[in-house]
Design a protein around this ligand. Structure first.
Ligand code: SAM
Length: 397
């Protein structure tokens, strides 16, 4: 699985002239600089950099930018247009930088070209390229919205771009099982027709968070169109993921979900909520007792490496295709490190493999410190249903 080189040629520059032109590029560079808190002198890696429009603008803000792209012609164009950038031809699958950059940028739907394992390797190589505490910014489709739109249109959608009587028409199909979109592009320019096809893995926010954490990122923040707050209905998902601030050899904790047994039951029960949170989340011990009475409960301790940091309970009714996250609790001393988001990513991934799983539901007690915002930022949306006084939210899988 790779990207056909003929996708990014003169026709691309011609039809995307406005989309990648000066005014949009200026605005995008502004958003990137803001979300990454870029300062003059910072080292920035832009992969893939295309013809250098973002690299060039970040360099003009005083950053020391390295731009990498497989397209030799565009690398040459970048060198011509933005001499202040260090452009090199290269493949994002074989980045070899280690602990070098303050920030890395993957902009304009340039992630997801390969099979999932290779895409994960790309994420890991970005993590390696960053210094501890460095940040990666990824700008992709909001896969959750895309899947919904495609479901509503029967799995196929289209888009047509016209310029000076020339046409570029995309027929897009989406396979929910593999979460891949496939685009057949028909280009009619100066009376000649040619076609090109490409496909992208479309990763929803919770799963992307889990994968970024496994790739070596400690915290992940989500944004939406133009760098605004992430909106599950919005078109874009911008992710800012940060490597831990630890030493060079510090490795991100590996997040796992494990059975609660005699060996870890006490440690799980000893996890305490932060003051005031008990209005919204039940204590860990309650979850274990409650789960003991529910034959359809799937209860797991949440581990960061070998440390139990929380507990979750899923109620699964495969016969009714119903999957409900009854509880998610992270111990007070482990909060604020992205463990809750990672656990939601892991449980969503688990549920997705179960029979008839289309959505994962949960419910939140309303109130000023309700976790509703946390779930919305992960792509859950309000269903309008109220259950035992709690608002039910659902995440499309
Ligand atoms: C949609 S463009 C985005 C370019 C740039 N980020 C921008 O915002 O204009 C995607 C780019 O990915 C490059 N590309 C495709 N496969 C690549 C690979 N394996 N390694 C590096 N670059 C690749 C293409 O040459 C193209 O320039």
């Amino acid at each position: 699985m790779s990207v056909p080189s003929e996708l990014f040629d003169d026709d691309y520059l011609y039809f995307y002239a406005e989309a990648i032109g000066p005014s949009r590029s200026d605005a995008e560079a502004e958003v990137i600089a803001e979300l990454l808190s870029l300062e003059p002198g910072m080292r920035v890696l832009d992969v893939p950099c295309g013809e250098g429009r973002i690299s060039g603008r970040l360099a003009r803000r005083g950053c020391r930018v390295v731009g990498i792209d497989t397209n030799d012609r565009w690398v040459a164009l970048g060198r011509e247009r933005y001499p202040e950038v260090s452009f090199d031809p290269g493949d994002m699958r074989s980045l070899s930088y280690v602990d070098e950059f303050d920030a890395a940028v993957n902009w304009f739907t340039s992630f997801g070209y390969f099979d999932p394992a290779t895409n994960d390797r790309v994420l890991a190589s970005f993590a390696r390229a960053l210094r501890p505490g460095g940040k990666l910014l990824l700008d992709v489709h909001n896969a959750w919205r895309l899947a919904r739109v495609m479901a509503a249109t029967g799995g196929t959608a289209g888009a047509v771009f016209e310029r000076e009587g020339n046409l570029m028409a995309d027929r897009i199909t989406y396979d929910d099982a593999t979460r891949r979109s496939r685009t057949e592009r028909f280009i009619v320019r100066d009376g000649e027709l040619r076609t090109v096809e490409f496909s992208l893995e479309q990763v929803p926010a919770p799963q992307l968070i889990g994968r970024l954490r496994r790739a070596g990122f400690a915290t992940v923040r989500l944004f939406g169109d133009g760098g605004a707050e992430f909106d599950p209905e919005g078109r874009r998902l911008i992710v800012v993921a940060q490597r831990s601030d630890g030493t060079k050899s510090a490795v991100r904790p590996r997040m796992t979900l494990r059975e609660v047994s005699d060996d870890n039951g006490r440690a799980v029960c000893e996890l305490k909520l932060a003051p005031g949170q008990d209005t919204y989340v039940a204590p860990a011990s309650y979850t274990l007792v409650e789960g003991g009475h529910d034959p359809q409960a799937w209860i797991r301790a949440i581990y960061a490496d070998e440390t139990p940091v929380g507990v979750l309970a899923l109620h699964a009714e495969p016969e009714a295709e119903k999957y409900f996250l009854v509880r998610l609790m992270i111990g007070a001393q482990h909060q604020g490190q992205g463990f809750g988001s990672a656990a939601v990513g892991l449980v969503a991934e688990y549920v997705r493999g179960l029979p008839g799983a289309r959505r994962l539901e949960t419910s939140c007690v309303p109130g000023p410190d309700s976790p509703t915002g946390f779930y919305r930022r992960l792509g859950f949306e309000d269903t309008g249903v109220v259950w035992h006084g709690e608002n039910v939210l659902a995440l499309a899988l």
